[in-house]
Structures are given as structure tokens and as C-alpha cells.
Design a protein around this ligand. Structure first.
Ligand code: ZN
Length: 513
């Protein structure tokens, strides 16, 4: 019995001790956590920065899009990049993104200590280009402003076979044979020199140096079913005001130097399409040949010049404009504002705000590929009552494309615009204004060009936007702008103030006729 008593007493003593220890431990943990909370709050000062990370599906099988956004008032960023099921590829991209973000935040943090430091900007977006459905090129575009004089633009390409996870390099593309690259280099130089956007911005010494057939000069490239694209860094082959030059080589021109798996299977068909004689037979003004090699990188803004078509189409547009003049007997002058190559999450939204302020309706010629990436932005444009136009899927020069390609570019874009916004596109604007009867025969949509070219893609200057409009706007004008350049969004308010003061009303392209 005694033993039992003793046992029971020691049991209660143990129990009391255990409870005491547990209580003390919990109390201690609580106190420590409270203390450290206070610590971060007092040392951090402001509330923690709201950073959101979302993952959405892309329309490319096996590819997801990661979207990271920071609304920090001083160093905000908006970053998008692809992720796959292949960890090697994911790591490569993540490392690049992490470094870009860190460089920017460190720089901004340094600036923060100084007086009147300006708000920074870091935007990383990307395009997906596809070759043969077995190869994706992801082209990341980084725009950074970290408080200095100028912002910077960087293009970096990543590659992936979505099935196997295989990642090709420039060496793979040219079969690890430098003599193949030696054949491509002169072609690249020719295209650079013929690019009207780079006119006067090239130094032969730099061109020679940065296009020299060395693998490291050609690291950033993309491959599509039609072309091979090279991206050069800002301030290398061309002056930095030109942005990063982009060179597009039709695949059949580089075909013989590519490794077998990247060769076109049947180049003869493509050749026939390229030499489509319709241009010469048809007497229409729009059929004047577009200068060669203007078929630059689709989708991407830097080289997105509609200018190549301006001279050709000017006559055409003027005809339309004259018609509009005579049929309009009221004193009210009309002008149609048009925005190409969007939608863009930042620039398009800012443009919508400005248009709303003036109760102005405009026409947005959208790229199907961008509608796919930014469906909610396209929806905003439609919901605000603007007109939607078709500007193809990948921004090719359609006068150089075969019927099948033309058809696909237009159809696919019309479909996604309607699918996403519930509204049909009402007009078609061919990239670069490049159009002939073959292109026209592939769509029922009216082809709409322009007569006032703001050259916004080239000067990227908010004040110059107004000057270019003032120089050539008249009753019935169609003004060409691009809703992918920040300067265009920034300069739009002044343009609208001016046009309104001159008695113009803002109409969509359909309302002009
Ligand atoms: Zn365009």
C-alpha cells in the first residue's frame, strides 16, 4: 500500500512540474514572438510592401505564367515570366529574374537615402515564339528606370522543348560549326544597314565588332516557323537611343546553315509564295513593294515601325480622307485616334484613363498574341466603348506571307478578340501598312491605314508626339500611335487638349466613313 501511495504522490509532483514547464515555455515563446514583432515594426518603419505573386495558365501547352507585382510607392515592379515542368529551365529563368529584381531594388534603396529621388520602374514581360510546336523561344523584355537620367531596355532569350525539357543554344542551332555563323553574319549586317529605324545610328566599327561571328554575339535569338531573329543589346551595334536592335532573317535565307532539325522541310513552296506575282499584276497603289528586310521582329515594340508603309499608304489614306471631307457637310472636324500593337497592362490602361477624361472614343488595333496574354486589358478597352481592330497575331509583313499564313494570322486574332471581349473586331490594319490584293482577299474586314504617323515608336518622346500631330492633322485624319510605349501614354493628354481646342471631335475609324 505504501508503495502505491508513494507512487501516486510522485505522479502528482511530476504532473505539476510538467504543467509548469509547459506553461512557462508557451509564455516564453509568446513573449519572444511579441518582442521580435515589435522589433521588425520599429526598425522597418512603414508597413511591409505589398507584393503579390500569381500563377496563371498560358495558352501554350505546358507553360504557366508567373506574375509578380509590387506596389511599393518608391520602387514598384511588374514582372512576368514563364515556368514549365522542367526544373532546369525554371531555375535558369528564376535566376535571371531574381538578379534583375535585386539589382533594381538595391539601386533604388541607394537612391532612397538621397533627396528628391524619383520613383523607379521595373517591368519585365515576355513573348512566346514557336517553332514547329517542338520549340519555344521566350523573349524577355526588361524595362528599367532606377532614378538616373535614362531608363534601360534589355532583351534576353530563353529556349525550351516543352516535351523533353531540352534547351537549345545558338551553337546547337548552327550545328556547333562556326563557319555556319560566318555565313549569317554578313546577312545580319546588311539587314542592320537597311533598317530605316537605325538610319544614322550605326557606326561601322561597332557593327563590325558586335556582329562578328562569335557565339557570344548571337546569344539572344528566337526561332519561329518563318524566321530567325537576333536581339542585340542596347548601345552595342547602334546608339543607345535606338534601343536594342532586332534583326529578322527569313528562315529560307539562313536555311542551309542551320542544323538539320531546324531546317525548313520544303523551301520551294515558301519560295513560290514569297515571289507571289500578284504584286506586279495588280495596279493598286498599296501594291508598291515594301522595302526588303523591314519584316522585323513581330510583337516587340522597338522595331515595330509602321513607317515602312507610310509612303505607300499615304495616297490611299488621302483618298479616303477626301471622301470623308466631301461627305461631311457639318463644320465639326473629325479625327480618328488609333493605337496599335497592344494591349499592354500599363500603357493601355493609362491611355484609357486619358481618353475617358476627354470622353474620346478611339480604335485599338490589337495583336492576337498580346490579347492572349492580357485578356483582361483587352476587355477593359472593349468595355470602355472603344472600337477593336485586328492587327494580326505575330505582326508579320503579310505581303511576304503565303495565303495560309495570312489567313491564320487574321482569323486567329479575330477569334481571340471576340472570345475575350465578346465583341467582334470591325477593321483590319496590316503590320507595317504592308498590304496588297492577296492580303485584302483574305479578309472581309475593311483595311484601315493612317495619314498621320506620330513616329512614337521611334522618338519615344511625349512632347514630340504633339509636335508630329500638329504638323499634319486635318479633318478626317487617322492618327497612328502605339499603346505599348510609355511616352505615348504620357504625351496623349497634351495631344487631346490640342485637338479639342482646334475643334476636332474624336471618332472611331468606322465612324469616319
Ligand atoms: Zn504594328
Amino acid at each position: 500500500m505504501k508503495r502505491t501511495h508513494r507512487k501516486r504522490r510522485s505522479f502528482w509532483i511530476d504532473m505539476t512540474f510538467s504543467i509548469a514547464i509547459i506553461t512557462l515555455t508557451v509564455a516564453a515563446i509568446y513573449l519572444i514572438s511579441q518582442a521580435s514583432k515589435k522589433d521588425t515594426a520599429s526598425s522597418g518603419g512603414a508597413a511591409p510592401t505589398p507584393i503579390t505573386i500569381d500563377t496563371i495558365d498560358s495558352n501554350y501547352p505546358g507553360i504557366k505564367i508567373i506574375i509578380e507585382t509590387s506596389n511599393d510607392p518608391f520602387s514598384p515592379f511588374a514582372i512576368q515570366y514563364p515556368q514549365s515542368k522542367h526544373s532546369h529551365f525554371n531555375d535558369e529563368i528564376s535566376t535571371y529574374i531574381k538578379k534583375a529584381k535585386q539589382d533594381y531594388l538595391v539601386k533604388m534603396n541607394d537612391k532612397k537615402q538621397k533627396d528628391n529621388a524619383k520613383t523607379g520602374e521595373l517591368n519585365i514581360s515576355f513573348e512566346t515564339l514557336q517553332f514547329n510546336s517542338s520549340h519555344y523561344s521566350f523573349v524577355l523584355l526588361t524595362n528599367r528606370y532606377s532614378g538616373g537620367e535614362n531608363g534601360s531596355t534589355e532583351i534576353r532569350s530563353f529556349h525550351l522543348n516543352p516535351e523533353t525539357g531540352e534547351v537549345i543554344s545558338i551553337e546547337d542551332l548552327f550545328n556547333h560549326d562556326l563557319t555556319n555563323l560566318e555565313q549569317i553574319a554578313p546577312l545580319v549586317r546588311d539587314i542592320l544597314y537597311m533598317d530605316p529605324a537605325l538610319n544614322g545610328m550605326l557606326s561601322s566599327e561597332d557593327v563590325e565588332r558586335y556582329t562578328e561571328p562569335k557565339w557570344e554575339n548571337y546569344q539572344n535569338f528566337a526561332l519561329t516557323d518563318e524566321s530567325l531573329i537576333f536581339y542585340f543589346a542596347e548601345n552595342t551595334v547602334a546608339a543607345d537611343t535606338a534601343g536594342p536592335p532586332i534583326i529578322t532573317i527569313p528562315l529560307q535565307e539562313g536555311n542551309e546553315w542551320l542544323a538539320d532539325e531546324f531546317k525548313l522541310l520544303d523551301t520551294t513552296t515558301d519560295q513560290v509564295e514569297m515571289d507571289d506575282p500578284v504584286d506586279n499584276i495588280d495596279g493598286n497603289k498599296e501594291n508598291d513593294p515594301i522595302p526588303d528586310n523591314t519584316d522585323r521582329q513581330p510583337v516587340h515594340n522597338q522595331d515595330d515601325s509602321e513607317t515602312d508603309g507610310t509612303d505607300i499608304d499615304h495616297t490611299d489614306e488621302t483618298d479616303n480622307v477626301t471622301d470623308a471631307d466631301t461627305s461631311t457637310e457639318t463644320v465639326v472636324k473629325k479625327v480618328a485616334l488609333t493605337f496599335d500593337d497592344g494591349p499592354d497592362p500599363k500603357v493601355t490602361m493609362q491611355i484609357l484613363d486619358t481618353l475617358k477624361k476627354y470622353d474620346a472614343k478611339a480604335t485599338f488595333f490589337m495583336l492576337g498574341s498580346r490579347v492572349e496574354y492580357y485578356p483582361e486589358i483587352a476587355k477593359h478597352v472593349a468595355d470602355a466603348g472603344h472600337e477593336l481592330g485586328n492587327h494580326t497575331w505575330t505582326h508579320p509583313d503579310l505581303t511576304k506571307a503565303g495565303l495560309d499564313k495570312i489567313d491564320k494570322e487574321i482569323e486567329r486574332t479575330s477569334s481571340i478578340i471576340e472570345e475575350v471581349t465578346g465583341i467582334k473586331s470591325t477593321s483590319f490594319r496590316p503590320p507595317y501598312g504592308a498590304v496588297n490584293s492577296t492580303v485584302r482577299s483574305q479578309t472581309d474586314l475593311p483595311v484601315v491605314l493612317w495619314d498621320v504617323d506620330t513616329l512614337d515608336w521611334k522618338h519615344r518622346n511625349a512632347e514630340q508626339l504633339l509636335v508630329n500631330v500638329q504638323n499634319s492633322v486635318k479633318d478626317g485624319s487617322i492618327i497612328l500611335m502605339h499603346d505599348i510605349h510609355q511616352a505615348t501614354a504620357d504625351g496623349l493628354d497634351a495631344v487631346l487638349t490640342y485637338l479639342q481646342s482646334e475643334g476636332f471631335t474624336f471618332v472611331t475609324v468606322s465612324e469616319l466613313d
